[in-house]
Design a protein around this ligand. Structure first.
Ligand code: AMP
Length: 184
C-alpha cells in the first residue's frame, strides 16, 4: 500500500500530478483544498467555518484539517493507498499525521520549482479557473503562507530521510515521467 504526500509551492503542479498518478496507480487522490471547497459550496458546518479563511489565503486551523484527514484515510477507497495533495501544510499537521500512521512511513514527494515558474503558472491558473482564492493579492498571501508555514516541512521530512525531490520544471508529461521514475 502506497502512502504518498505531495509537497510543493502553490502552482508547483501537485494537483495535476496527483490526479494523473492516482489514475495510473489506482490510489485515492485526497486534496484537502478540494474537500474544503466542496464543504463551502455545500454550505456545511465545516464550510461555514472555513470559507472566509480560505478566501483570505490563510490556512484553516490544524485541528479541523487533521480531523478531516483522519476520517478520510479510513474510507474504503484508500485501501490500495492514497496521495495526500495539500496536506500536511504545517509542522503540527505533519506530527498529527505521523501519530496517525505510527510506524508506517509515507513517501514525501517534493515538487521543486523556481519562483518564476510558480508565478507564471499561477497567472495561467488565474486566467483559466474561477477560484475566489486565486486573485492576485490572495495568491501572494498564499505564497507567503507557504514559505512561512509549509516550507519548514521540507527539512522536517528531509531529516527523517522521507523526502524524494522531483523537478517540477517542464511540461505536465515530462514531470509525470520524472515522478514515475522517482517512484520506481
Ligand atoms: P489548495 O487547493 O490546496 O491550494 O487549498 C486551498 C485553501 O484551502 C488553502 O489556501 C487553505 O486555506 C485551505 N487548505 C487546504 N489544505 C489545507 C491544510 N492542509 N491546512 C490548512 N488549510 C488548508
Amino acid at each position: 500500500m502506497r502512502r504518498l504526500i505531495f509537497l510543493g509551492a502553490p502552482g508547483a503542479g501537485k494537483g495535476t500530478q496527483a490526479k494523473l498518478l492516482s489514475e495510473e496507480m489506482k490510489l485515492a487522490h485526497i486534496s484537502t483544498g478540494e474537500m474544503l471547497r466542496s464543504a463551502v459550496s455545500e454550505g456545511s458546518e465545516l464550510g461555514k467555518k472555513v470559507g472566509a479563511i480560505m478566501e483570505s489565503g490563510q490556512l484553516v486551523p490544524d485541528e479541523l484539517i487533521v480531523e478531516l484527514i483522519a476520517e478520510r484515510i479510513k474510507q474504503p477507497d484508500c485501501e490500495n493507498g492514497y496521495i495526500l495533495d495539500g496536506f500536511p501544510r504545517t509542522v503540527p499537521q505533519a506530527e498529527a499525521l505521523g501519530a496517525m500512521l505510527g510506524s508506517v512511513k509515507p513517501t514525501v514527494i517534493l515538487f521543486e520549482v523556481t519562483m518564476d515558474d510558480v508565478e507564471a503558472r499561477l497567472a495561467n491558473r488565474r486566467s483559466q479557473e474561477d477560484r475566489a482564492d486565486d486573485s492576485d493579492d490572495v495568491q501572494r498571501e498564499r505564497l507567503r503562507v507557504y514559505q512561512e508555514q509549509t516550507a519548514p516541512l521540507i527539512s522536517y521530512y528531509d531529516e527523517q530521510n522521507m523526502l524524494t525531490r522531483v523537478s517540477g520544471a517542464g511540461s505536465i508529461d515530462e514531470v509525470f515521467q520524472k515522478l514515475l521514475q522517482a517512484l520506481a
